[in-house]
Design a protein around this ligand. Structure first.
Ligand SMILES: Cc1cc2nc3c(=O)[nH]c(=O)nc-3n(C[C@H](O)[C@H](O)[C@H](O)COP(=O)(O)OP(=O)(O)OC[C@H]3O[C@@H](n4cnc5c(N)ncnc54)[C@H](O)[C@@H]3O)c2cc1C
Length: 375
């Protein structure tokens, strides 16, 4: 690791986390790894939770390889270097990866291994023939339920933020799958382009939005897409198709079959008055925050909307609002959401889903279908 760091063949210095009490230990390691004085200024966006202080550091050093180097420190112990070489490619790989920050329910779960690819080649290298380990893609983790507290048989591939290059050509924006929707919208505004205001506070990636055909009311992401590029898991082929030639439905896309990894999407933005776009965005955000439980961890609407009925309204009529199992609760603010009130697990969510599904079927004769993806 030291050799690699001094070899000038790396471009990224990755995630650092250290226990609050281990701060100096962590910084000492930072120095030991041979980073120069200037690197201190590269420590950006530290975030604090109840146990750890972490910071993401990114610096470009040029060189032939994309390398992410990082390490994890907790309880005064250096736990794991997270950079590994795979198929001749360097990428960040985290052993014993705490997935809490990678799902918006904030369900505590640990993956034996998680990959953080930054390029198409890195993504592709994870689907080589003969590798039989199951792999699940995570975008923003804003529509998933981790049903296990530990995953030994499934590896995770996290795309949010790291697989997130973005470019503009006229009104067409091309974004890699891990780009956050909010980032795409802001970048559009910087170039006088808008039109995707509905998506600003959907806390997912463009890849996840394509898979879920995310949207609000009649506005669905598929209406904004020009083209989607994906990787066929079985053959390793990279395929692009115009969005109009793909099958879309209400919260449905053909990418839900899990045979395909969305790599890139092209959206068409509209030229217009940016202050007006911003005003529209702010109005949508204010309305959503007033009616939905943004103060508590959740993963959006739990169920798809059945024909002619609103789920939240039905659950309110049934007196289910506020019902809790373990640390999960049917939101008191909007019964269509389940929120984590502290220490909630995926099993708690699934039991609430079961309770709601059975009760609604009995009382209304309606079969609810969960929108969220159980992993
Ligand atoms: C507060 C809140 C509000 C929300 N509001 C809305 C809303 O208004 N409308 C709406 O539609 N949704 C909403 N959602 C749900 C969620 O944000 C969307 O479904 C979003 O599009 C999911 O994107 P993601 O990147 O988080 O996907 P994830 O949750 O990470 O993944 C969802 C599924 O897609 C798969 N996947 C992700 N990326 C890829 C890829 N690149 N290739 C192949 N498979 C992939 C995953 O394996 C998983 O099966 C909300 C969620 C929250 C927390």
């Amino acid at each position: 690791m030291l050799r690699l760091l001094s070899a000038n063949a790396y471009r990224h210095v990755g995630d650092y986390g250290w226990h609050a009490n281990d701060r100096w230990w962590g910084l000492a390691t930072f120095v030991t790894l041979g980073l120069s004085k200037n690197d201190w200024s590269a420590v950006r966006a530290p975030f604090f939770d109840n146990r750890t202080v972490s910071a993401r550091v990114k610096r470009s050093y040029g060189g032939a390889h994309e390398v992410t180097v990082g390490f994890k420190i907790a309880n005064s112990k250096f736990i794991s270097p997270v950079m590994q070489r795979k198929e001749g490619i360097f990428m960040k790989i985290v052993q014993e990866c705490d997935l809490t920050a990678y799902n918006t329910y904030r369900i505590v779960s640990v993956a034996r291994k998680a990959y953080f690819p930054e390029t198409v080649e890195e993504v592709r290298s994870l689907f080589v023939e003969g590798d039989l380990r199951k792999k699940v893609i995570l975008g923003g983790g804003s529509n998933v339920i981790f049903s296990y507290s530990r995953y030994d048989d499934i590896d995770f591939i996290v795309l949010r933020d790291n697989f997130s290059r973005l470019s503009l050509d006229g009104q067409l924006m091309t974004a890699q799958a891990g780009t956050l929707l909010s980032e795409m919208i802001e970048r559009g505004y910087e170039s006088g382009l808008g039109g995707m205001e509905t998506y600003f506070d959907i806390p997912g990636t463009i890849g996840g939005a394509v898979v879920m055909n995310a949207g609000m009311n009649e506005d669905e992401i598929s209406c904004h897409l020009e083209q989607v590029t994906w990787l066929e898991r079985s053959t390793g082929a990279i395929v692009s198709k115009p969005a109009k030639d793909l099958v879309w439905g209400y919260r449905y896309s053909e990418f839900q079959k899990r045979e395909r990894i969305v790599l890139e999407a092209v959206v068409r933005l509209q030229a217009g008055d940016v202050p007006m776009f911003r005003k529209k965005r702010d109005d949508i955000v204010a309305k959503r925050h007033a009616g939905q439980p943004w103060e508590q961890p959740n993963a959006g609407s739990v169920f798809k909307r059945p024909q002619g009925r609103f789920v939240g309204q039905m659950l309110e009529e049934l007196g289910l609002k506020g019902t809790n199992i373990g640390g999960m609760e049917i939101s008191k603010k909007h019964a269509g959401f389940i929120v984590n009130t502290g220490g909630g697990t995926g099993a708690d969510v699934l039991r609430l889903i079961e309770l709601v599904t059975v009760t609604v079927r009995e009382k209304y004769g309606i079969s609810l279908e969960a929108e969220q993806i159980v992993i």
